[in-house]
Write a protein that binds this ligand. Structure first.
Ligand SMILES: *Cc1c(COP(=O)(O)O)cnc(C)c1O
Length: 374
């Protein structure tokens, strides 16, 4: 089942507030010192956007210097994990103004995540106001080198100061923060096949982007790290045979030169990168199969050589090669090509569009307008 809410929901549209801009924003950006090395997600631009939801409606947004939040110790997000988020990027390399990549998909997905948590719909105007404001204010801090960008993190969480669980929360905060992102330098990944725990169940929250999914995955990540591996490959919770995805990225296998990726179900997060890679593969004349992918087929195929490549896709890394799958007892299934030529071609095709070197044939790039000052 896919939760899709029509735009004519019962939530009142926001009054057309003028966004408040704290004048200290400009000084915060001017004084910001970029660290010599960018570690993904560590450095944050010194501005943030927020908009509250209370009394049945979203209120006006504020752009201000990045600061700690004050929330009540009983805030529902802290106890019941009422939080949903997005991850997306703005690119400045190759463009005059920063451009967002397929942001409409993130807005739609965010609203599917919110709906699943019984959180009111976030209007398009507020989502984009937050992204545009943070991106424009920090445009001078977006690195422009190959593979570099501004990683944007829009998120919503419940602020109700109540430990009660009789019904959903009634007050929320929408925030946008951002992190300048260097080229993702990670080596091809070594991945733990998780045959004990499950990330998602039918009817659960696996196909929406909520913090709780990650909370449930970190013990497996820890086991992977302890073995020197990068992350977990999740299998379905019922049969423990069907490949689903990685903890924060979708997965694709190259079998006999064609792409095979798990078909989307309600236990797989529909990645914007996955969708884009499938389109780009078709553009390049590659066959793509979205289907049930059995772990035994992949393990056998790796050893017979039919599975020549495997890679992950997600916003942070774009396309990232997988070098080996590893069992919890240490047995290794090593891919013959890593990074392989198909992963390399798809990554280049994607970055070329994002960084303005290739024509944007699918209209994926959206220019960020300057902040409207009153
Ligand atoms: C965000 C995410 C992805 C990747 O989605 P993109 O839109 O491509 O960044 C994949 N799997 C999970 C579990 C995710 O949370």
């Amino acid at each position: 089942m896919v939760l899709e809410r029509s735009s004519t929901s019962s939530v009142r549209q926001p009054p057309k507030f003028q966004m408040k801009i704290d004048p200290a924003v400009h000084q915060a950006v001017a004084q910001f010192k970029m660290p010599p090395e960018l570690v993904f997600g560590e450095t944050k631009v010194p501005v943030m956007y927020s908009a509250p939801f209370a009394n049945g409606a979203w209120g006006g947004g504020t752009l201000e210097p990045y600061r700690p939040l004050q929330i009540d110790p009983a805030a529902k997000v802290l106890h019941y994990g009422v939080e949903a988020f997005e991850g997306m990027k703005a690119y400045r390399g190759g463009h005059n103004r920063p451009h967002l990549f397929r942001p409409e998909m993130n807005w739609r997905r965010m609203n599917r995540s919110l709906a699943r948590l019984a959180i009111p719909e976030l209007p398009r105007e507020i989502f984009f106001e937050g992204l545009d404001a943070v991106t424009d204010a920090s445009a001078s801090l977006i690195p422009t080198g190959r593979g570099q960008s501004l990683y944007l993190r829009p998120y919503v969480f419940a602020t109700d100061a109540s430990l009660g669980i009789a019904g959903p929360a009634t007050s929320y905060l929408f925030l946008v923060i951002a992190s300048p992102a260097g080229a993702y330098q990670a080596a091809p990944m070594k991945i733990l096949i998780e045959r004990e725990f499950a990330r998602a169940v039918h009817g659960g929250t696996g196909s929406v982007k909520v913090g709780g999914n990650y909370a449930a995955a970190f013990l497996s990540s820890q086991r992977a790290y302890e073995k020197g591996l990068s992350t977990t490959l999740w299998l379905d919770a019922v049969t423990h045979r069907n490949i689903e995805e990685l903890s924060g990225m979708n997965v694709v296998f190259v079998i006999d030169g064609e792409l095979h990726t798990p078909a989307l179900t309600d236990t797989i997060l529909p990645g914007v990168t996955r969708d884009s890679v499938i389109q780009l593969a078709a553009d390049l004349g590659l066959k793509v199969h979205e289907r049930t992918v059995d772990i035994d087929e992949i393990v056998d195929g790796i050893h017979s050589g039919r599975v020549s490549e495997a890679f992950a896709c997600g916003t942070a890394a774009a396309v990232l090669a997988i070098e080996r799958l590893v069992e919890s007892d240490g047995r290794v299934h090593a891919l013959s090509k890593s990074p392989g030529p198909i992963a390399d071609r798809l990554k280049a095709a994607l970055l070329d569009i994002q960084e303005g070197r290739a024509p944007d044939r699918h209209n994926w790039m959206l220019e960020v307008p300057p902040i409207a000052h009153s």
